[in-house]
Design a protein around this ligand. Sequence first.
Ligand code: URA
Length: 291
Amino acid sequence: MHPKLRAEDLYPTMMPEPAPTLKQLLAFYLEAGVDCALSDEPVNRLAELEPVPAAPPREVAPLPRAQRDMPLAAPAVPRSEITVAPDAAIASAREAARTAPTLEALRTLLENFDGCALRHTATKLVFADGNPAARVMFVGEAPGRDEDIEGLPFVGRSGKLLDRMIAAIGLDRSKAYIANVIPWRPPGNRTPTPQETQVCLPFIQRQIELVNPDVLVTLGNPSTQALIGTREGIMRTRGKWVDYDTGTRVIRAIATFHPAYLLRSPSYKRMSWQDLRAIAKVLGQQSSPSS
Ligand code: URA
């Protein structure tokens, strides 16, 4: 070897990298969507795993750099989080939801339902808020951080805007019912997977049937696509009345922008106002004069 060259000059990646600082580690977690602690004590998920029979040795290709540099390997799914197979979970959700005679029974069913892994990472079930006897029901996508902590839908920033939207048509939470398609917060507010949506769908459908509102309002694309069954985007679906079959009767449904979207794109508040006026008209409510 050339006297001036050291091994680390030739093979820089072979040298151990310094351990990340706490700040770097937290920054990594934040980037990966981990923005809150689930409990005060760490849980060794690997210790909960059932012993897996040793696989025969095989050649393993080296990991790409991006994966090697991760401070933590993605943990295997612990035993407590292994849920029923996807199709079985959807079938059991349909069966369970169908049998719930009341909203309270439906809530209890969801609290004990093991077919959706989101319940293991969420802090609380976010079932609903408002008046189950209301004539109008609003349905969002999934709870966020604030909702997960309080166990109530739409209590964070977008919830405050939803309250103002509801107030604009002369109502408040005592005269409206609010729920989500997914009743558990997806970790780090990630988008729910199609599988998670399909598993949770029978429960929100049954919830709508039991509340039996005169008007159903879907907030944003995901809840509109899940409940109305359209593949079109919110720009096309919003503001148009469609029939929604609850299972016991056909009610009027309308899609409008999600309040979180309006917070990001306030210029769409104008269109949202048109939708709210249409809702107020059908409900026979007086809408406030300004947008
Ligand atoms: N966004 C939703 O879709 N639902 C909530 O409950 C909160 C934010």
